[in-house]
Design a protein around this ligand. Structure first.
Ligand code: 13P
Ligand code: 13P
Ligand code: MG
Ligand code: MG
Ligand code: MG
Length: 371
């Protein structure tokens, strides 16, 4: 029998500003999920935060896109929003962009990463929770985990994964997807996913002959674009991901290794700046400087045979990531000194704040041809 792991998150109010989630919101969400666990809707759950995003991690037997489970998450976010309003938190209900729930939270504002899997004898997984960035921030690390032999030794030395993996890549502008095979199509994959604001890795699948069934994902990323839901800037997407590890998949340490390099991502300050992704323990998942820099939290779990979440282990709470944090701070200092200049500020096409069109409109009669 299959178990589904659902990670669903939303920003329903920041404390203060866009810095972190108030404990009262976490408490409220726990209350709602705890009730659902008693009713048997879900098997297990954990509620946490990453910056100002409230994070629900759930296991159940209802499959992906379950109206019951999505409805539950929606209810938890709605009730937490009420608390956020009582406390006057910043941007209460920020990511709940539609009033009515219609069976599925996709397209309503929250972000979702879910996978329905046949549990292996032992099922180690990592959930990633990012703040102040967008889904494309996962392209580089997921590629490195499942396709880069300089990151993942297992691609070379483990016969179970030597054949590589398949990548499901979404064009989030055109709403199209393509499945590509690594290592055969590696350069073509990179040609797409290097353009990370448009092409995002949605899922990774094993190939024929792998111990995990071919149609079961081994990694999944939330790809919701708030901008497309709302039609205007309403905060960043702040994505989540689930990655399975070990036994023919990247070892836990190979899943974490890409984050030892704090690569540049977009979404910092007003969703309009590039900056380094800093791997942090939960206690530091509280962006402050210039509302950042962007943060990544990694939680480690074992799924018990009954589908219980055995964890979390706060995986970046380790001195092995001190250097990455230090490097991120150096990059922060360097890039911040560009102020309003690209490439710290995003290129105009990606600017989600709307001052630039306004400025151009105001100046339109003053522009004249160059002789
Ligand atoms: P253990 O022998 O400690 O289980 O490690 C296996 C391994 O090589 C992990 O990378
Ligand atoms: P959030 O999406 O985390 O609310 O960030 C908004 C922002 O851009 C803060 O500078
Ligand atoms: Mg916010
Ligand atoms: Mg956020
Ligand atoms: Mg956001």
């Amino acid at each position: 029998e299959k178990i589904t792991i659902s990670v669903i998150k939303a920003d329903v109010g920041g404390w203060p500003g866009h810095s972190r989630v108030h404990p009262a919101l976490i408490e409220k969400a726990r209350e709602v999920l705890s009730e659902a666990q008693k009713n048997g809707t879900i098997i297990d759950f954990y509620v946490t935060y990453a910056g100002d995003d409230l994070q629900l991690i759930m296991t159940h037997k209802k499959g992906v896109d379950s109206p019951e489970v999505h409805g539950l998450a929606w209810e938890a976010f709605k009730k937490a929003t009420e608390v956020a309003k009582e406390l006057g938190l910043y941007g209460a209900g920020q990511d709940l962009l539609k009033d009515a729930f219609s069976g599925n939270v996709r397209g309503l504002g929250p972000s979702v990463a879910e996978m329905e899997i046949t549990l292996r004898k032992s099922e180690p997984i990592v959930t990633f929770h990012l703040d102040k960035t967008e889904p494309g921030a996962f392209n580089l690390p997921i590629f490195r985990m499942f396709a880069d032999p300089f990151n993942t030794a297992g691609l070379v030395i483990d016969p179970k994964m030597h054949m590589g993996f398949r990548f499901e890549i979404w064009d989030i502008l055109e709403h199209k997807k393509v499945i590509m095979s690594s290592p055969e199509e590696m350069y073509d994959i990179l040609a797409l996913i290097g353009a990370k604001s448009r092409y995002v890795i949605k899922r990774v699948y094993p190939k024929e002959g792998h111990p995990v069934p071919k149609d079961e994902p081994v990694a999944v990323v939330s790809t919701e674009k708030l901008y497309e839901v709302a039609g205007e800037y309403v905060g960043k997407d702040d994505p989540v991901a689930i990655v399975r590890a070990q036994s023919g998949l990247p070892a836990l340490g190979e899943v974490l290794e890409p984050f030892a390099f704090p690569h540049l991502v977009s979404g910092w300050m007003r969703g309009s700046h590039n900056g380094p992704l800093m791997p942090v323990p939960l206690k530091y998942a509280t962006p402050t400087r210039f509302d950042g820099p962007p943060r990544a939290v990694a939680l480690g779990w074992q799924i018990s045979p009954e589908g219980k979440l055995i964890g979390p282990v706060d995986l970046f709470d380790d001195p092995a990531f001190d250097w990455a944090r230090q490097k991120a701070l150096e990059i922060t200092d360097y890039i911040r000194r560009h102020g309003p200049f690209e490439p710290h500020r995003l290129p105009s096409e990606e600017m989600e704040y709307t001052t630039l069109p306004g400025v151009l409109e105001k100046l339109k009669d003053r522009f004249e041809p160059i002789e």
